[in-house]
Design a protein around this ligand. Sequence first.
Ligand code: ACO
Length: 311
Amino acid sequence: AEPQLEAEFEAIVGHKDRIEPRDWMPEAYRKTLIRQVAQHAHSEIIGMQPEGNWIGRAPSLRRKAILLAKVQDEAGHGLYLYSAAETLGTSRNELTELLIAGKQKYSSIFNYPTLSYTDVGTIGWLVDGAAICNQVPLCRTSFGPYGRAMIRICKEESFHQRQGFELLMTMMRGTQEQRDMVQESVNRFWWPALMMFGPPDDASPNTEQSMAWGIKTHTNDELRQKFVDMSVPQAEALGVTFPDPELKWNAERGHYDFGTPDWDEFWDVVKGNGPCNAQRLAHRKRAWDEGAWVREAALAFAAKESKENHA
Ligand code: ACO
């Protein structure tokens, strides 16, 4: 029956229809999806840390409420994504254990520090902006639960991007010192934001197969270019520049040309040697260990309830 099932799978993917959890799928497809969705979920959860760093020090009650809501949204995104991964036959506990053991990845961007409150605005604008660029096409990814989770996540990410831009715009209308803070923050985050899209296409081992399966619908370089094209006019509106002397409109291509990210730095961060990797994982592990009693209590309560219901 396998060739028949495989032909059905190929037909669904070929028509850009959805594969659902109960459908037959090649083991390698399942494995790739678990890898990507788990990494994505871990990124949302680890991504709470850099911004969470400023909740207690936000400059006003209004800014604190916004930041708190935003960080809570990221937790929600992590949970939708772990649920999508669970439909592939894995569990959130299992995936979290793999993350903590350093056997699964999360986005490189969250291994950079947030040195000033301004970074909250820059992360919203550039990091969530890059996330949207990458994730809007994923709303049409071939695995149903992943694509449907993306729809809501993208709506919330758009709000996050706007709040970041608005925060920076407010600072740009302030004093020279505030404007300098915005530029300094943008200088630090620009290149790491470009690295979020992954290695260049000729160094991306997964892209070709993931595109053939409809998991990815664009290459890393295509999305990076789209992000640069989208960000330059926004930087002009804000009154900041990007730290790239090669950034220039190319009328022939109809796109901005831009310089090459430091790929040695990227791989170093991916391998665990970025400025904050150790700190981020240690914090995640501490939270996981300290939450063990809550998970145990919830399980014991559920077991008791089901026993009573069956009595
Ligand atoms: N950070 C950490 N690791 C990365 C990154 C990154 N920015 N980009 C690529 N990698 C890793 C890949 O995971 C892969 O390693 P693996 O095979 O051990 O998993 C390796 O580098 C080679 O990369 P690719 O072959 O290009 O991998 P892939 O096809 O999975 O493409 C991409 C990477 C574009 C990140 C893809 O997985 C994706 O679109 N993921 C969903 C989006 C996502 O995870 N966003 C999270 C950050 S944004 C946010 O949540 C706010």
